[in-house]
Design a protein around this ligand. Structure first.
Ligand code: FES
Ligand code: FES
Length: 210
């Protein structure tokens, strides 16, 4: 795993290692970037249910379809996506917000599904990598990862693609430094970073042509 991947804030402060960046901004601040308001404490009602450990109903909108389940309030969104819906694109890597293998979009922004309680995701639009396909047609980001051979074992790839999708939705024309920073929440133990960054550059171009 490449621990000292160089990142920059895109304003000329180049040459900071990933470890140095985390020390600089604090691990909590980096996690906040990724989990955003989903990191807030549960609403009082949900917290009360969680204490009792009861099964509760939850309604989720995933890849444009609505689903209702009974869940234990302690279950993560990743548990439900994989075990209840059979959406195995999001992967369980570290299970604690460090690797990004579980990345999905929640209301269009990349989030760690392993750190998101399923109750927190209710009422939000969830997109997994399965939701990027149009029929059998790959999305621009998926196609760019394929074209650039941006994977080896492939375990991190769904999370990388969802992080790239989220980045390009807010920044359709990122610089290479912005790509490196935007993708810094997703680790690749095979070290395919050079190919991943090239893929994101190509995906940005592809998205601008459609
Ligand atoms: S499995 Fe979620 S961040 Fe690693
Ligand atoms: S972890 Fe193997 S391709 Fe990224």
């Amino acid at each position: 795993m490449e621990k000292d991947r160089k990142v920059s804030n895109g304003q000329g402060r180049k040459g900071i290692s990933r470890r140095g960046f985390i020390q600089l901004v604090g691990a909590g601040a980096l996690a906040t970037t990724v989990v955003g308001d989903l990191g807030k404490p549960l609403p009082a009602a949900a917290a009360e249910v969680a204490e009792k450990g009861e099964m509760v109903h939850v309604s989720l909108q995933v890849n444009g379809r609505r689903h209702r389940f009974k869940v234990e309030p302690r279950w993560s969104l990743l548990d439900v996506l994989r075990e209840k819906l059979g959406l195995t694109g999001p992967k369980l890597g570290c299970g604690r917000g460090e690797c990004g293998a579980c990345t999905v979009l929640i209301d269009g922004r990349p989030r760690y599904a392993c750190l998101t309680l399923v109750l927190e995701a209710e009422g939000k639009a969830i997109t997994t990598i399965e939701g990027l396909l149009k029929g059998d047609e790959l999305s621009p980001v998926q196609k760019a990862f394929w074209d650039n051979d941006a994977m080896q074992c492939g375990y991190c790839t769904p999370g990388q693609i969802m992080a790239a999708e989220g980045l390009l939705r807010v920044n359709p024309n990122p610089s290479i430094e912005e790509i490196r920073l935007g993708m810094s929440g997703n680790l690749c133990r095979c070290g395919s970073y050079a190919h991943i960054f090239k893929a994101v550059e190509q995906a940005a171009k592809l998205r601008r042509t459609i």
